[in-house]
Design a protein around this ligand. Structure first.
Ligand code: CA
Length: 257
């Protein structure tokens, strides 16, 4: 690379695009190399991480190894068409809610309907403007990020707890890190998440989490608090559980730096 090109590309990389949401991991499935490359450059320019593959088999491999935020899928692909791949994404637990944009030269009303019926969220016809595509991507990402948690999910800062499945996870760098909770730790965490920022004494925790008719020593609470902190530690959020000297414990939704 000549020194001017190096300088230009450096400036180019350092200049953020204006219409930018948080960077996303984008999977591009497109068999035409020229379009694939153009998409990669254009999306990277908008701050996104791009994995571009030429076919469905490679795309499935990427999905099994990497968390993808949004997929751009060409309709006509070798080894299985894009519509079938979109149906596969919708049928799979992990990718059911992943935003998908179909890219295709097909412009007929029936084609558009088929794409959307297969589960695509949006549809862009070739030739498309990279700028318009980027706006559509950002719109989908915003919609996903602004979606409120369902009724069954308790949220405290980066921590989420599903009271139907008893599964907890923490959002770390926009990826969900699963947290393995024991039965008592689940009940304890749920109580704290239902009552964030409030301080509870050991006695109050025993009454509310274990039940007032049980005869358990107060230090049992300390043991389970210790276990709960250990569970939160890999996500770097164990400090959300605060010990309030002389008073008890509380959960703060704010993660101290
Ligand atoms: Ca194609």
């Amino acid at each position: 690379m000549c020194s001017l090109c190096a300088r230009v590309s450096k400036i180019y990389m350092a200049t953020p695009a204006i219409d930018m949401v948080e960077p996303a991991h984008i999977l591009v499935v497109e068999d035409e190399e020229a379009i694939r490359d153009m998409l990669s450059v254009s999306l990277q320019r908008n701050g996104h991480q791009v994995i571009a593959v030429a076919g469905v088999a490679a795309a499935k491999k990427v999905l099994s190894e990497t968390k993808i935020d949004i997929a751009l899928v060409d309709w006509m692909l070798p080894g299985g068409n894009g519509l079938e791949f979109v149906r596969f994404l919708r049928a799979s637990q992990r990718t059911r809610n992943m935003p998908v944009i179909m890219l295709t030269a097909r412009t007929g009303e029936e084609d558009v309907t088929a794409g959307l019926d297969a589960g695509a969220d949006d549809y862009v016809t070739k030739p498309f403007s990279p700028k318009e595509l980027n706006s559509r991507i950002n719109a989908l990402l915003r919609r996903i990020r602004d979606r409120p948690a369902t009724d069954s999910t308790l949220v405290a800062g980066p921590l989420q707890l599903d009271i139907h499945t008893h599964k907890a996870h923490c959002m770390v760098n926009r990826s969900a890190l699963a947290l393995e909770l024991g039965h008592t730790e689940y009940k304890l965490l749920r109580f704290f998440m239902e009552n964030p920022e409030r301080v509870f004494s050991r006695g109050q925790l025993l009454d509310n989490v274990w039940g007032s008719d049980t005869f358990i020593e107060e230090r049992t609470v300390d043991v389970h608090m210790l276990r709960l902190r250990k569970i939160l530690k890999p996500a770097g959020i164990d400090s959300m559980l605060e010990t309030v000297r002389g008073a008890g414990y509380r959960l703060s939704a704010k993660v101290p730096p």
